[in-house]
Design a protein around this ligand. Sequence first.
Ligand SMILES: Cc1ncc(COP(=O)(O)O)c(C=O)c1O
Length: 410
Amino acid sequence: MKTIQAQDKEIFDLIKKEEKRQVQTIDLIASENYPSRAVRAALTSLFVAKYSEGRPYKRYYGGMENVDVLETLVEERAKKAFGLGEDWAVNVQPYSGSPANYAVYRGLLDRGDTILSLDLSHGGHLTHGSPVSLSGIDFHIVHYMVDQRTQRLDYGAIGELAIEARPKLIIAGYSAYSRIIDFEAFGKIAQKVGAYLMCDIAHIAGLIVGKAHPSPFPHADVVTTTTHKTLRGPRGAMIICREGLRDKIFPKVFPGLQGGPHNHTIAALGVALKEAVTPAFRRYASQVVKNAQALAKHLQAHDFEIVSGGTDNHVMLVDLRNKEIRGKQAQELLESAGIVTNRNTIPFDPNTPFNPSGVRFGTPAVTTRGMKEREMKQIASWISEVISTPESASRVKKEVASFCKQFPIP
Ligand SMILES: Cc1ncc(COP(=O)(O)O)c(C=O)c1O
């Protein structure tokens, strides 16, 4: 830091301002988290300077004696974290979740083939076939939705749609779905229609490693994940597929989409994966869920509607229609009170994604800061107060900043 301060005051000042913003606010964005200091230290290592195009021990550059050992070690740690044997192949090179997903599609499908996935406005991700994503441009997309009454996945309906649509790939795993995903049911549907099953566990990877959500691996052909959400690693991604699919998928990462792997990120992922197999991480994963359930319960006590009636994981969607406020305004108001969230569509939303009817709350980051159920009650009370009495925002902001001092970022 001292070096940056001496050489580049402009960037140094921005880093310090961002640190202050993060320290003084409550981060309820479900896809964000704070990696440990050890993970962040690995990100600044000299691995950043090394090119290593290719796969371990099959590279195009010299100077590989440490990078090859590193990448192989991190692949092994990923297998250990998810309890996988020799029949799985791991690729830790994808720069992020979006290119990881696209590499899988281009590896397993021909352009125009059918993908069956959850609609974006029901909790799916852009890269699961949204018309503005290359996934939606290059492939024929059929979407399933959550059930209108229960706001949960209806596996019977998804099975029927799969028989009708005959997809070559089915995607399970989402950005805004608060219930346990029945990967076994998806496996059966995929088998019945002869489709590949891809599980995108970007959001819940840490819960799976920490045994707070069932694993997709017994049922999936390929699993993709980001590494920076509940897993608490660096920004990055992994593709883990059945050995037999390795030669189809991995060449789409390199040379198909990418050049040199980001070795500093891979080193940091290795550190995160070692942390993730500890009893402390298992306690963390369980606390993330307990906190989400507590936050949902206390919000309900303040008359907030939680989509599907609650949460089984780290995330919840709040339907704001009974509060006479839309998602964009709620997000902005909460931010002015030091509570950072994101607006979100709710299933069957009558409003637009730019100004939808809901907000999404998640507990991975606040749990990393050491907050527990008691603090969730306090946060729910602030949310309620600010939404019902916007004038309270500046006072709440001060209270939030003082509260945050008790919960330092690691
Ligand atoms: C389910 C899911 N898949 C993929 C991604 C894409 O990850 P990235 O933003 O790293 O490209 C996200 C990101 O939020 C996600 O929620």
